[in-house]
Design a protein around this ligand. Structure first.
Ligand code: PRP
Ligand code: ZN
Length: 285
C-alpha cells in the first residue's frame, strides 16, 4: 500500500488534538522534537508538520494528500480542495473586536475604520455584504496588539476562549464565521492511496461516534421499562436483563450524551435508579 501524506499543523491550537486523533485511531507516531516529517510505524501514513496557513495550498498542489485544518483557514484560502469530515475539535469563531471602552451600536461603527486581520478575504466579503467601507490592514500574526500600538482601530481574528482579546483590552462585537477542525483532501487522490484514506476515515468516524455516545446502564421496575425507553428515543433496542430482585430489570443501551443530560430528571421520575454512564472507546456503526 502506498503511504498517504497528511498535513498537520506544526504548532498551535490544532496540533495537539490532531495527533491525539491519530493516537485514538490506533496509529503510532513518534514525533521527535523538531522533526517535520514522520512515518507512522503501524499504518501507511506520513505526517508533514506545516503552518496551518499553508495547508490548503499544499493539499491543492498534492504536496500532501489530505490535511487537518480549521474551516476558517479553508474558507480564507479558497483553494480547490475537497472537504471530507468535520472533526469536532478546535472550535472557534472569526470575529470583529474593538477596544473595550468604545461605544458600539452596530456594523456602521466600522465605516472608514482601519481593521487589522490575517483574514482579508473573509473580512472583505463581510464588509461588502454589509455595505461597509472599511480599510483592511493585512498582517500575518499578533493581530490583537494592532489597536494598542496604533496600527488599526479594530481587529478581525480567531477567538476561542476569548482570553487573548481580554488581555489586549478588546471586546468581540460581531461573529463572521464559526469554525472547527476538518479534513480536507486533494481532488485527485491516486487509486493506490484510496484504500488507506478509506481505512483512516473509517477509524476517525468510529472515534467521533464514541465521543458523542455513552453506554448507559440503569435499574428499574419491570413496568417502568417501556416508559424509560420512550424518554430516550435515541436508544436502539436496549438490552434488558432481569435482576435478582423480583420485578426489577437492568437496562443497557447507547445514548447520545446531550440527550441523556437533558432527560436525566425525567428518567429518575420514571423510576430509573442506579444510573451508570460509561465512556465508549470506539463505536463502529
Ligand atoms: C488564534 C488567534 C488568537 C488566539 C485566540 O490564533 O490569533 O491569538 O487563537 O484564542 P483565545 O480566544 O483562546 O485566546 P490561531 O490559533 O489561529 O494561531 P495562528 O494564527 O498563529 O495560526
Ligand atoms: Zn496559523
Amino acid at each position: 500500500m502506498s503511504r498517504l501524506k497528511i498535513a498537520v499543523q506544526k504548532s498551535g491550537r490544532l496540533s495537539e488534538s490532531s495527533l491525539k486523533l491519530f493516537e485514538e485511531c490506533g496509529i503510532k507516531i513518534s514525533n521527535g522534537a523538531g522533526t517535520l516529517r514522520v512515518i507512522a510505524s503501524n499504518f501507511p501514513i506520513e505526517i508533514l508538520f506545516l503552518r496551518d496557513d499553508d495547508i490548503p495550498q499544499y493539499v491543492e498542489q498534492n504536496v500532501a494528500d489530505i490535511g487537518i485544518v480549521g474551516e476558517n483557514m479553508v474558507a480564507e484560502k479558497n483553494k480547490n480542495v475537497e472537504m471530507l469530515e468535520q472533526l469536532g475539535f478546535a472550535g472557534c469563531r472569526l470575529s470583529l473586536a474593538i477596544p473595550r471602552e468604545e461605544n458600539y451600536q452596530g456594523t456602521d461603527y466600522f465605516a472608514n475604520k482601519r481593521v487589522a486581520t490575517s483574514y482579508p478575504r473573509l473580512l472583505g466579503e463581510y464588509f461588502k455584504k454589509h455595505n461597509i467601507s472599511a480599510i483592511i490592514e493585512e498582517i500575518s500574526g499578533s493581530v490583537e496588539i494592532a489597536p494598542g500600538i496604533g496600527l488599526a482601530d479594530a481587529i478581525c481574528d480567531i477567538v476561542s476562549s476569548g482570553s487573548t482579546l481580554l488581555t489586549n483590552g478588546l471586546r468581540e462585537v460581531e461573529t463572521i464565521m464559526k469554525s472547527q477542525a476538518v479534513i480536507i483532501a486533494n481532488r485527485t487522490i491516486s487509486s493506490d492511496k484510496r484504500p488507506v484514506l478509506d481505512k483512516l476515515l473509517f477509524r476517525i468516524k468510529a472515534v467521533k461516534n464514541s465521543g458523542e455516545n455513552k453506554y448507559i446502564l440503569l435499574n428499574a421496575p419491570r413496568e417502568a421499562i417501556s416508559g424509560i425507553c420512550k424518554i430516550l428515543p435515541g436508544m436502539k433496542s436496549p438490552t434488558i436483563l432481569p435482576l435478582a430482585e423480583e420485578g426489577w430489570c437492568s437496562l443497557h443501551s447507547v445514548v447520545k450524551e446531550d440527550e441523556f443530560w437533558e432527560r436525566i430528571d425525567q428518567l429518575k421520575k420514571a423510576g430509573a435508579e442506579g444510573i451508570l454512564v460509561i465512556p465508549i472507546e470506539k463505536m463502529i456503526m
